[in-house]
Design a protein around this ligand. Structure first.
Ligand code: AHG
Ligand code: MN
Ligand code: MN
Length: 345
């Protein structure tokens, strides 16, 4: 099965389970066709005329790079042949209404981690597929639990699709010689406890006390409350962090912080946190704001941001505990490492 089953056959079998499944399978197939083209483009790096150079800012105020715009255009061209009631993208101010008779809506982050393009690090495409409500303009105000499917493609050493259709998480890797994706990993499960945490530690002074307390527990290692040592990773590419956590466990935090504009963190609910949360939960992990389950949230605006803590369920639950039952301020403000100089206040 591993290495034998093609994505095409996998989607064909799924599509035979009903008209809604056929609509989902058709959209996933179109996104993977786009992904092969995006993989080629990102793989050319500076050799392509579409570099990682910034061209402006997107609707969310983020730096927009040529490849962000190119990836968005490629996906929309490939999805253009698929009946979709509404399409939302990080690179588009408003959602586009399409075929009002269509059964599904799609939200995309065409290129995630794009600040990594010019340093040759793994980037990716994230997508979320939802049922089409009677009024397609309400499509992206649905709870994350409404999702029918979610996935992301990594453009790194491998071009791999991580996919959930609501019954577990499977990984398909692009067989470049054959020009198609083949099953590489089946039914992924995230360990309940983590050995690694991922956070942009340069923002420590801006974090809320519960996040500081959790990271200090990780840093205290085997001598601290967690009674085990942790390793740290921060790639700056959500898809790469998610792929690592699906492969070997861990916990990722992009919390809200005190920087202007980061009161709800950095990641967007509709086309980053919702799809990643669906995948992580389908693999036995958890995804939270620190106080609420991500999938229980419904966006009130398309580019709404949300704090995201996701990965091994034991660590996510500990972060929630610290939010709901904060440690006494003294124990958090007395930094574990001030005397060691690891984190100077
Ligand atoms: P995008 O490139 O789509 O804007 O996403 C980037 C996100 C996410 O991939 C990553 O985890 C995070 O931004 C990194 O943020 P910092 O640069 O603030 O560390
Ligand atoms: Mn992103
Ligand atoms: Mn993006």
């Amino acid at each position: 099965m591993i290495g034998q089953l093609t994505l095409e056959d996998y989607l064909q079998r799924y599509s035979e389970t009903g008209p809604l499944a056929l609509a989902v399978a058709t959209a996933v197939d179109a996104i993977t066709v786009a992904a092969i083209e995006i993989a080629e483009l990102t793989g050319r790096g500076a050799l392509s005329d579409k570099s990682g150079l910034a061209t402006g800012r997107n609707s969310d105020g983020d730096l927009q790079r040529d490849l962000d715009v190119q990836a968005d255009a490629i996906i929309r061209r490939c999805l253009g042949k698929v009946p979709i009631a509404a399409l939302a993208s990080e690179e588009m101010q408003e959602a586009e209404i399409g075929d009002r008779e269509a059964r599904i809506c799609v939200a995309i982050d065409p290129l995630d981690g794009s600040s990594n393009i010019d340093i040759n690090m793994t980037v990716g495409t994230i997508f979320s597929i939802l049922p089409a409500p009677d009024d397609p303009s309400l499509a992206f105000g649905q709870c994350g639990t409404a999702q029918l499917a979610a996935g992301f493609v990594t453009y790194g050493p491998q071009t791999s699709l991580v996919l959930t259709l609501g019954d577990g998480v499977d990984i398909f890797t692009l067989d470049r010689a054959a020009g198609g994706f083949r099953l590489a990993r089946r039914a992924l499960r995230i360990p309940d406890t983590a050995e690694e945490f991922a956070i942009n530690a340069s923002n420590r002074r801006h974090w809320d006390p519960p996040v500081r307390a959790f990271i200090d527990e990780c840093l205290a290692g085997v001598d601290g409350p967690a009674s085990r040592d942790f390793n740290m990773r921060w790639i700056g590419s959500l898809v790469a962090e998610a792929y690592r956590i699906l492969s070997r466990g861990g916990v990722f935090l992009y919390p809200s912080d005190a920087r202007p504009g980061y009161g709800d963190g950095r990641l967007r609910l509709v086309y980053e946190a919702h799809p990643i949360a669906f995948i992580i939960e389908q693999a036995g992990g958890a995804a939270s704001t620190g106080r609420e389950r991500i999938l229980d949230l419904a966006a009130h605006s398309l580019h709404q941001r949300v704090p995201l803590i996701m990965g091994s369920s034991g660590e996510v639950r500990r972060v929630e505990e610290l939010h709901c039952d904060p440690l006494p301020a003294a124990s958090v403000s007395a930094p574990l490492f001030a005397q060691r100089g690891f984190f100077r206040l």
